[in-house]
Design a protein around this ligand. Structure first.
Ligand SMILES: *[C@@H]1O[C@H](CO)[C@@H](O)[C@H](O)[C@H]1NC(C)=O
Ligand SMILES: *[C@@H]1O[C@H](CO)[C@@H](O)[C@H](O)[C@H]1NC(C)=O
Length: 203
């Protein structure tokens, strides 16, 4: 089942309103995603103010997953639909949230926030899995996406030094938020994107 829909993805300050072929997001997804969105609205405080200036976390390069990656993948990958990108999104960001949580000592003031965000993310992931038939998740991924998937699930000790990156926790959550608006655009609006940008740019 495929429908013509309008995806609103903000790329480098430009609104691209492009009609794309996509599998409709199951409406049951919107409630848990909006709960994540509520948490994300406090990310500046918990992911920036509570950390030393320029504090970074070591992540896998594939965990840097931005809007630009989505548009590149859409251009270059055959057999790519939004469902595949949504699966990849969950895979990437479950790892990212785990890594942020991992660096936070038990008494860090951002720990409860991050734990709650991770819980909400897992809830959304569970709804995502339930809202599609199980066979969907057994389908082969396009080759390029499978390669990314494999490197994300590779044991860290098997990963070459060159595959690591350093990123601030805030930038990781900015990416999480903006790619969520893009990949689940039926649950969000243009206004959400604009509101987020103006809010996050305040100092
Ligand atoms: C998402 O969060 C922003 C605050 O960052 C809020 O303004 C917006 O209304 C929320 N969107 C939805 C659909 O819940
Ligand atoms: C996104 O693009 C950057 C390069 O701009 C790359 O390092 C990263 O691995 C890409 N992310 C994914 C998920 O492919």
């Amino acid at each position: 089942m495929v429908q013509l829909s309008t995806a609103v993805c903000l790329l480098g300050g430009l609104f691209l309103i492009a009609p794309v072929l996509m599998a409709p997001t199951h409406s049951s997804m919107c409630t848990p995603l909006r709960t994540i969105n509520d948490s994300l609205s406090h990310r500046r405080r918990y992911m920036k103010h509570n950390f030393p200036i320029e504090y970074t976390i070591k992540v896998h390069n594939r965990e840097i997953f931005r809007l630009s990656n989505i548009s590149r993948m859409k251009l270059r990958t055959e057999g790519l639909n939004d469902l595949v990108l949504q699966r990849l999104w969950f895979q990437v960001y479950q790892g990212v949230l785990k890594k942020i949580l991992w660096v936070l000592p038990t008494r860090h003031p951002s720990r409860p926030y991050t734990a709650e965000l991770e819980r909400r993310f897992k809830d959304a992931q569970a709804v995502f899995m339930q809202s599609h038939p199980a066979e969907v998740f057994q389908e082969d991924l396009p080759e390029k996406i499978q390669d990314i998937w494999d490197s994300l699930t590779e044991k860290p000790e098997n990963m070459p030094e060159s595959s690591w990156r350093f990123a601030t926790p805030k930038s990781l959550l900015d990416n999480l938020c903006r790619t969520m608006y893009c990949l689940f655009s039926e649950c969000f609006s243009n206004a959400d994107v604009q509101e987020d940008y103006s809010h996050q740019q305040q100092r």
